[in-house]
Design a protein around this ligand. Structure first.
Ligand SMILES: Nc1nc2c(c(=O)[nH]1)N[C@H]1C(S)=C(S)[C@@H](COP(=O)(O)OP(=O)(O)OC[C@H]3O[C@@H](n4cnc5c(=O)[nH]c(N)nc54)[C@H](O)[C@@H]3O)O[C@H]1N2
Ligand SMILES: Nc1nc2c(c(=O)[nH]1)N[C@H]1C(S)=C(S)[C@@H](COP(=O)(O)OP(=O)(O)OC[C@H]3O[C@@H](n4cnc5c(=O)[nH]c(N)nc54)[C@H](O)[C@@H]3O)O[C@H]1N2
Ligand code: SF4
Ligand SMILES: [Mo]
Length: 701
């Protein structure tokens, strides 16, 4: 018996936990703790623990597929790669701007780097984006304006030094469990926890102070907290004076947002807002933790900048236990952004619109001229496909047929393409629509690096062989580039790619193999080999041109679609502990899927009793985009007037309902967290006396 322990990094969330994958005779058998790993010290959440279960599924993609007369047939790699290369070349020759690429936060830095290099140097467009757009796009856009750079300011461990932790719009316990462990450790040493969320989540239940408030009113809530802080003289005058600008303008705006004045908007108790403001401002060290509750709005960037306002006027930045901490979602969404899988930036956030940067990259890559026209974003790509302006699309490791807003619109867009390539590990709902499907290897079958939410760059290591003919994403991209005539993709290993990344990504320049091999790893920016890395940002100055933090006076703007007579509820969407996004992996994991086999809609107990809806009854939820039949989960843990659907389940897909038309102007984020919905009892619709719960969705073997 041949048993191997391979230390690697979790493929799910941005916490970036490490563990050992255990293989027995070439097959994964489980995971074992990696106790010396400083991120999680041997602990894991259920997704990490059972992350190996989907790897050997019988329905993994094992050969390339080509669609003929509406049916897939198996193809050789040669055939499939030639077809992709020639089709992309044909569309590109007509107009490079009519091709769009979705890169992947599930793939490695090396793979994202190559994807954007292919798009820029071979196709000649900047039409590349990925799920960060639907996630922390507003963080990148917002914090770039206020701090000069958009990433988590502190590392995870630093939260232990906080005296007060303010969580807004993050269900940390379920979505970033090993960050939550640090928060609990801080609580054990006396830190106080404030949680603001429309749902009384498992995280909120552990709070010392919980503020229920209405989805889509975050700016009003945070302005009210600042109103209290300033009117009671609790601001940090020295920090404001020395490190920031625009305070007077901010003061002028927030003076109109007293907790009493915003009560109608937020439905939050003025007393709770005051108490929260005082707790946060009076703490020696206070940290803000946020995630999708803040970003997924058409005012996502405003919401983000409000968090930085709050931190800066109280001087809570640049020290352990403080900071603005956006918890990045996917295992490598930080890295995919760092690598330039974005329509506006090259690796290291160097802007595509700047002529000297284009010249620098042309020289670095030895390629032809690079243009300075920013590309289009995820939702814009789908709109352009719909309109016939985008003709070809290449989707690597994303499943927009469940994860993008307004699925009917997405489907029509993808069906309208002349050519769609999907590169995935499973035949997803999106891959079903492709002309060519390319089988990729999973994280357990390849080497490379992921960058976690705390800007820590860590290795993943191959533990087992890929099934059938599946190939690593980086190798597939190199082959396509070569077949499209490029000689800039002669890489034999992820390490070779990483060496090139270091030369063009200033933040990664000092990260060599020897340093990354150590479990302590490195946090960017790490500009040279002597630099120790940067777990905490903005201790002395910000990354803005003059080094000052920018306070942003922000007025509250309501959500784009508000409840009315026809659609009286506010629908918000999100996630749960046991499932991951579109379920492609967690629903194929027996243990995880057993926990929660299908979706549901949370509805407040009083609302339910007014409508005569019983727990577990099948009901219909409808919005202007569509309708789903779904099981009711009647609970006091959600505010009256608000309903919540986790978006993991195709049979009752939340995104059939969500609003894809209202986009954040800076970040192009759709409003996943608010739209207007109505609820109907199915008995009323189809005249049934009793409805039986639907059988769990069957994903086959
Ligand atoms: N188990 C699991 N973990 C995950 C993921 C997963 O799919 N499953 N996905 C990962 C990814 S990519 C991401 S981005 C993160 C996301 O992590 P989170 O942001 O924590 O997850 P969500 O459930 O989307 O939303 C968080 C909270 O926002 C609240 N909320 C709803 N509307 C509003 C509002 O208007 N304002 C505020 N302040 N709060 C609101 C919801 O009630 C919810 O509790 O999780 C990562 N971790
Ligand atoms: N309603 C609603 N919608 C949302 C959200 C919400 O809160 N509400 N959240 C949004 C957010 S924050 C996010 S991040 C997105 C996520 O949206 P997606 O990124 O589309 O979701 P995933 O299910 O993570 O898709 C990843 C795909 O990559 C594949 N994959 C896994 N590993 C590999 C690999 O190594 N190589 C390749 N080629 N493929 C691989 C998986 O099989 C899967 O199909 O969803 C967004 N959509
Ligand atoms: S907390 Fe995140 S990184 Fe850690 S085991 Fe769970 S899913 Fe994986
Ligand atoms: Mo995300």
């Amino acid at each position: 018996m041949n048993i191997k322990y391979v230390p690697t990094t979790c493929p799910y969330c941005g916490c970036g936990c490490g563990f050992n994958l255990v293989s027995v005779d070439g097959k994964l058998a489980g995971v074992e703790p990696w106790k010396r790993n400083p991120v999680n010290e041997g602990k894991l959440c259920p997704k990490g623990n059972f992350s190996y279960e989907f790897v050997h599924r019988e329905d993994r993609l094992t050969t390339p597929l080509i669609k003929e007369n509406g049916e897939f047939r198996e193809a050789t790699w040669d055939e499939a790669l030639n077809m992709v290369a020639s089709k992309l070349t044909e569309i590109k020759e007509a107009d490079p701007e009519s091709i769009a690429f979705l890169s992947s936060a599930r793939c490695t830095n090396e793979e994202n780097y190559l994807m954007q290099k292919l798009v820029r140097t071979v196709v000649g467009t900047h039409n590349i984006d990925h799920c960060a757009r639907l996630c922390h796009g507003p963080t990148v856009a917002g914090l770039a304006q206020t701090f000069g750079s958009g990433a988590m300011t502190n590392h995870l461990k630093s939260i232990q030094f906080a005296d007060v932790i303010f969580i807004i719009g993050s269900n940390t316990l379920e979505q970033h469990p090993l960050m939550w462990r640090r928060i609990l450790q801080a609580k054990e040493s006396g830190a106080k926890l404030i949680v603001a969320d429309p749902r009384f989540t498992p995280s909120a239940k552990k709070a010392d102070l919980y503020i229920p408030f209405k989805s889509g009113t975050d700016v009003a809530l945070m302005n009210a907290m600042m109103n209290v802080i300033i009117s009671e003289g609790l601001e940090d005058k020295e920090f404001i004076e020395k490190r920031t600008k625009n305070f007077e303008e901010l003061k002028e705006v927030v003076k109109n947002y007293s907790p009493e004045e915003v009560a109608d908007i937020t439905e939050a108790s003025p007393d709770l807002i005051k108490e929260a403001a005082r707790m946060y401002a009076k703490a020696d060290n206070a940290a803000i933790v946020y995630s999708m509750g803040i970003t997924q709005h058409h005012t996502g960037t405003d919401n983000v900048m409000s968090t930085s306002n709050l931190a800066m006027i109280t001087g809570n930045i640049g020290r352990p236990g403080t900071g603005v901490n956006p918890l990045r979602g996917q295992n490598n969404v930080q890295g995919a952004c760092d690598m330039g899988a974005l329509p506006v930036s090259y690796p290291g956030y160097q802007k595509v619109i700047e002529e000297p940067i284009a010249e620098k990259m042309t020289n670095a890559w030895g390629c032809g001229d690079l243009n300075c026209k920013p590309g289009i974003t995820v939702v814009e790509m789908m709109n352009a496909a719909h309109a016939g302006d985008i003709k070809g699309m290449y989707i690597m490791g994303e499943n927009p047929m469940i994860s993008d807003p307004d699925l009917q619109h997405v489907k029509e867009g993808l069906e309208n393409l002349d050519f769609l390539v999907v590169q995935d590990i499973f035949l997803t709902e999106t891959a079903e629509l492709a002309d060519v499907v390319l089988p990729a290897t999973s994280w357990a079958e390849k080497d490379g690096t992921f960058t976690s939410t705390e800007r820590r760059v860590q290795y993943i290591r191959k533990a087992v062989d890929a099934p059938g003919e599946a190939r690593a994403d980086w190798a597939i991209i190199c082959d396509i580039a070569k077949r499209m005539g490029s000689d800039l993709f002669n890489f034999n290993s992820p390490q070779e790619i990483f060496e090139e990344i270091r030369t063009v990504t200033p933040q990664y320049a000092g990260m060599n193999k020897e340093r990354l091999e150590k479990p302590e790893a490195l946090h960017w920016p790490c500009p040279d080999e002597e630099h120790p890395g940067s777990p905490i940002l903005w201790g002395e100055q910000f990354a803005t041109a003059d080094g000052l933090g920018v306070l942003m006076p922000i007025e509250f703007i309501p959500a784009a679609e508000l409840p009315d007579e026809e659609y009286p509820f506010t629908l918000t969407t999100g996630r749960m502990l046991f499932h991951w996004h579109t379920g492609s992996m967690t629903r194929r994991s027996e243990t995880l899927n057993r926990e929660v086999p299908t979706g549901f809609v949370e509805i407040n107990s009083e609302d339910a009793s007014e409508l005569g809806i019983k727990n577990k009854e099948m009901i219909s939820v409808k919005t202007r985009r569509g309708e789903v039949e779904i099981e009711a989960k009647v609970t006091p843990d959600i505010m009256k007037g608000i309903i919540f659907i986790p978006f993991h389940f195709v049979e009752c897909a939340a995104n059939t309902l969500t609003n894809g038309t209202a986009l954040d102007p800076a970040a192009k984020m759709p409003e996943f967290k608010v739209c207007a919905a109505s609820i109907t009892k199915l008995d009323d619709v189809i005249g049934m006396e009793e409805t039986t719960p639907r059988k769990a969705y069957d994903l086959g073997k």
